[in-house]
Design a protein around this ligand. Structure first.
Ligand code: 5AD
Ligand code: SF4
Length: 444
């Protein structure tokens, strides 16, 4: 019998990309390959890439250069580049990166077995056609390298928002939603095979819509359908666009206990003028009102965000408005970035990237320092509180401790006492850092 060829997938970027890698694994396993976690044994190496900031692309270029010597040592080894950077740079990548055998954008993964066959015969291929309907809805992702407890389910692809700074609409194409039946089926199968937490993924899940034949199903309803798969299955979602976060969605979370008490709501800036230049289509006031509504209607809900500092034309006053919004919103955690101009985005075409690097750096430092204080404040408020924690596995620091999350999406670490990953336990919080809660188990 012929030995199965082994693929190794290295994933960069967002959760959506990690979810895509599982789709790639599924397509290739059906095409006669198997996944390996051991790079040294791989016949094919894929890098599933991200283009969101220049730094992400630089990292991947460096990785490709590091793979050069390996390829020279092992003739026959194939290297492919997938994902957003493939879509953005297309043929250019094959010309510039000698090490590459194929380049495939996010909507072309069904072609990968064919492209690999051609690559074996020495034909290098590029497929970056974007689709208006591909959702890979019929494909059951192969969950490799997983903790067996939490998983992602893509419910949408593409993006229809056109934020001025963002490369995503360009590299992931038109927004489309996946068939609700295939989403429910996947969630049910995950629960049956022991998973206890799923995150529904889309660039803007709030604009999910599925025409079920007798009406349009929107996100709050879809979310509740998934919640009803089983009360012991926790359900999260990412990401929400503040302009579309409806009262119905807040209400849906409030009344379904297994819909997690945490909302990730990227604000990007606290200044109305910057938000307008970013084409975010909401105001600071609207954003703060939404945060208020979340906190009022969903008891104990955390709110996390993304912030970009140093966007085109950002003045010192506008930066201060971001700091003051952070204080007002009392974010529990945040991902914070300095603006990175991406070629061919509306911002790159319209505005100069005119905030000097040193200023971006200093503003980012101020934002990070403030968030550090806010995160500490948020975690301090949890002292002596009791939470239900879903055990994900060993804590990174100590094999004598488990780590898991509470419904609020905070990482909780506590000493093991005979439990197993995938179990729910009750933990009282006794200590904290800005990133982790440290607790002790309560008797079952
Ligand atoms: N520069 C810096 N950060 C960006 N993001 C998106 N595009 C850019 C860019 N050009 C950030 C946003 C988004 C997160 C995923 O990445 O904050 O919410
Ligand atoms: Fe994800 Fe955006 Fe990066 Fe693509 S460019 S991997 S969609 S973060």
């Amino acid at each position: 019998m012929q030995k199965m060829k082994k693929i190794f997938i290295e994933t960069y970027g967002c959760q959506m990309n990690f979810s895509d890698s599982e789709i790639v694994a599924s397509i290739l396993c059906a095409g006669g390959y198997e996944v390996t976690q051991d790079l040294a044994r791989a016949d094919v190496i894929f890098l599933n890439t991200c283009s969101i900031r220049e730094h992400a692309e630089k990292k991947i270029r460096n990785r490709l250069h590091a793979l050069g010597p390996l390829k020279r040592k092992r003739p026959g080894l194939l290297i492919g580049l997938l994902g957003c950077m493939a879509e953005r740079l297309k043929e250019e990548l094959l010309e510039e990166e000698e090490v590459l055998d194929l380049v495939a954008g996010p909507d072309s993964y069904r072609q990968l077995p064919l492209m690999l066959d051609q690559a074996v015969s020495g034909i290098k291929g590029v497929n970056t056609l974007l689709s208006v309907e591909e959702t890979y809805g019929d494909i059951s992702p192969v969950r490799y390298g997983t903790n067996g407890v939490s998983a992602f389910i893509s419910i949408m692809r593409g993006c229809g928002n056109h934020c001025a700074y963002c490369v995503v609409p360009q590299v992931r194409g038109r927004e489309r939603s996946r068939d609700i039946h295939s989403i429910i089926k996947e969630a049910t199968e995950l629960f049956e095979s022991g998973y206890r937490e799923i995150t529904l993924l889309g660039q803007n899940v709030n604009s999910y819509r599925w025409d079920s034949g007798d009406g349009i199903l929107r996100f709050p309803e879809a979310l509740q359908k998934v919640a009803r798969v089983n009360p012991r299955l926790r359900v999260r979602f990412a990401t929400s666009h503040p302009k579309d976060l409806s009262d119905e969605l807040i209400e849906a979370i409030a009344v379904n206990e297994n819909l997690c008490r945490s909302v990730h709501l990227p604000v990007q800036s606290g200044s109305n003028a910057v938000l307008a230049r970013m084409n975010r289509r909401y105001t600071r006031e609207h954003y703060l009102e939404r945060v208020e509504a979340i906190r009022r209607k969903i008891s104990g809900c955390t709110v996390t965000t993304d912030i970009i500092t140093g966007f085109c034309g950002e003045t010192e006053e506008e930066h201060l408005e971001t700091l003051s919004l952070m204080e007002q919103a009392r974010f529990d955690a945040a991902f914070m970035f300095r603006y990175s101009e991406r070629p061919d985005t509306p911002a790159a075409r319209k505005y100069p990237d005119d905030v000097p690097d040193g200023v971006k750096e200093r503003r980012l430092k101020e934002i990070i320092a403030l968030q550090h204080r806010l995160s500490l404040r948020s975690n301090r408020a949890d002292l002596n509180r009791e939470f239900e924690v879903l055990i994900e596995g060993d804590s990174r620091r100590s094999a004598a401790h488990f780590s898991g999350r509470n419904s609020q999406n905070k990482m909780v670490v506590f000493p093991k006492n005979g439990q197993h990953p995938g179990e729910y336990v009750r933990v009282t919080i006794r200590n904290f850092t800005s990133a982790t809660l440290i607790g002790e188990l309560l008797p079952a």
